[in-house]
Design a protein around this ligand. Structure first.
Ligand code: PLP
Length: 374
């Protein structure tokens, strides 16, 4: 059931294949080409598509439909929370851990970065002392699950701390959606960001879920769409696909034990074959689909290229620009030594992953260790 039989796609955290139900919803939405803001029948049909998807996305995270704001990406949902909410609620600072996604870190000044432990879990004592020290009203931002390591963050405790000190709290759940249950009401956070293309929808659609009573200044001013909180004619096809993918999330969650078993077998065989390999965040609760592993002595880029030649798609745990390898900011924030971080890759599984994909990965990856040792 691999999305493309000629390739073993093990990069679900970068983006997922489009679910058939989502593709179908996108395609059938083309018949409803009206502008959702138009009052005539064509407009009303398009509006119905958007509102149907809104209900599905809200249900996925146990929120009310009127608290879902569609955006153009997870990145934009984070910006809307961290700029739009801080502006409306008069917060003067945003604090968050150094392991956050770049779309969040862009709003967290260097001196407001909270430490994480060696497994990549936010240091709650450091968060509490930041909340005690900062006299201004602040906003805390914390990701549900890290995109590189899969490490889960203590959301409940972070929300309690934020409440204790009267701070707002935003949760980036882009990577967690579809991989673990999310419940906006039970969590009690002020906002939560989502992205369609991480759960089988199409790229270019995101969502910000807000708590009742939360005020938000439009980050994108213009027309009055999305209850004046995000201007721009709605991406009806993308939103339709997001809704269909959200409805399929229950099936994705049912598949988690199978994925977890595949991932655990893969990690066991990696460590048995290459005892010097290092799996990051292994001692912390993690998403069932994600492995971030370093192969000392072999750069991320070499591994990614060799695996690609063998028909296996994974991500580098580091970025390469102008011939220079930059280690991942997530691993550096976890205190990982730069050279080890430069040898990290991320393997992320999903609903299309089979035993054969894991075998193909291992067959290509295990010999890389021998080439470095030689
Ligand atoms: N937040 C996290 C944790 C992510 O992993 C990503 C994407 O990789 C984003 C935000 C950004 O989402 P989008 O690609 O929809 O802009």
């Amino acid at each position: 059931m691999a999305p493309n039989d000629s390739q073993s796609y093990l990069d679900y955290n970068a983006t997922t294949p489009v679910l058939p139900a989502a593709a179908e919803a996108v395609a059938s939405s083309f018949a409803h080409y009206g502008n959702p803001s138009s009052v005539h029948a064509a407009g009303r049909r398009a509006r119905a598509v958007v509102e149907d998807a809104r209900e599905a996305v809200a249900a996925m995270v146990n929120a009310a439909p009127q608290h879902v704001i569609f955006t153009g990406s997870g990145t934009e949902a984070n910006a809307l929370a961290l700029r739009g909410m801080t502006a409306a609620m008069r917060c003067n600072a945003v604090v968050g851990a150094g392991i956050e996604h770049p779309s969040v870190l862009a709003h967290v000044p260097e001196n407001a970065r909270i430490a994480v432990n060696g497994n990549g879990v936010i240091d709650l004592a450091a968060l509490e002392s930041a909340l005690q020290t900062l006299l201004e009203p602040v906003m805390v931002t914390v990701m549900a699950a890290n995109n590189e390591t899969g490490v889960l963050q203590p959301l409940k405790e972070a929300v309690e701390l934020a409440r204790k000190y009267g701070a707002l709290i935003h949760v980036d759940a882009v990577q967690a959606a579809g991989k673990m249950p999310l419940d906006m009401r039970a969590l009690g956070a002020d906002s939560m960001s989502l992205s369609a293309h991480k759960i089988g929808g199409v790229k270019g659609v995101g969502g910000l879920i807000i708590r009742a009573g939360v005020d938000l200044a439009a980050d994108m001013p213009g027309g009055g769409q999305e209850r004046r909180r995000r201007a721009g004619t709605e991406n009806v096809p993308g939103i339709a696909g997001f809704g269909a993918a959200a409805r399929a999330v229950k099936t994705l969650l049912d598949d988690v034990p199978r994925i977890s078993a595949l991932r655990d077998r893969m990690e066991a065989q990696m460590l048995a074959g290459v005892p010097r390999a290092v799996i990051f965040g292994k001692a912390a609760p993690r998403l069932a689909n994600t492995t971030c592993v370093a192969l000392p002595g072999v750069t991320s880029e070499t591994q990614v290229m060799r695996l690609d030649l063998a028909g296996v798609a994974v991500s580098a745990g580091s970025a390469c620009s102008s011939g220079k390898i930059t280690p991942s900011h997530v691993l550096l924030a976890m205190g990982v030594e730069a050279n080890l971080a430069k040898a990290a890759i991320r393997v992320s599984l999903g609903w299309g992953t089979t035993d054969a994909d894991i075998d193909r990965f291992l067959k290509a990856w295990l010999p890389l260790a021998a080439s470095a040792a030689a």
